[in-house]
Design a protein. Structure first.
Length: 188
């Protein structure tokens, strides 16, 4: 007998349906993939060899799911979703795979984030940088960091040695004061 309530049972059923759909979808989309559960109860399909991910998350209704797609960055972290749409879970797996392929294609082209259906939000019309602009901005930042590093090295090399003659005199004076105090202490 289940005493947790219908809401918890429905959530578990939805997660089971999502997991089954994701397993079938993973086989249709990629030869190598990894499935894991998101914090919100959704399921993520990672295709490491194509550097892309697909997320299937429950929507407020029993039959609708939010399908999101994004890239996997160099370090293995997932970039935010670049495309998303709402789909009925009752569609065939082939139709769901077609929707996912379209989202993956939008993600691969690096176009502005594509949002359709009920998933449109405040960023739906926002324009982002193109792939070329991002690369040139990254390259400029990298060149700027490299130039700053070279300037710091040049400044360090131009400085006099760390321990100058005046520093040595101060060290000798302190050492003689300590040794003189120790001598007075021991003799007295």
């Amino acid at each position: 007998m289940d005493v947790r309530g219908d809401g918890v049972v429905e959530a578990e059923v939805m997660h089971t349906e999502l997991r089954e759909a994701a397993a079938e979808l993973g086989l249709l989309l990629w030869r190598e993939h990894t499935l894991y559960r998101e914090r919100g109860g959704g399921v993520v399909i990672r295709g490491e060899h194509v550097a892309r991910w697909i997320s299937l998350a429950p929507r407020g209704t029993r039959d609708e799911i939010l399908v999101r797609a994004g890239r996997i960055l160099d370090g293995g972290t997932t970039a935010p979703a670049r495309a998303e749409t709402v789909v009925s879970l009752s569609v065939s797996r082939a139709e769901l795979a077609a929707v996912c392929r379209r989202l993956l294609a939008d993600t691969a082209h690096g176009s502005e984030p594509h949002r359709s259906g009920a998933a449109s939000g405040p960023r739906a019309g926002a324009k982002g940088r193109t792939r070329g602009e991002r690369r040139s901005a990254k390259a400029a930042a990298r060149d700027e960091r490299r130039a700053a590093r070279e300037r710091r090295k040049a400044v360090r090399a131009a400085r006099s040695p760390h321990t100058s003659p005046s520093s040595w005199l101060i060290l000798i004076a302190i050492a003689s004061a300590v040794l003189g105090g120790l001598y007075v202490y021991l003799v007295a």
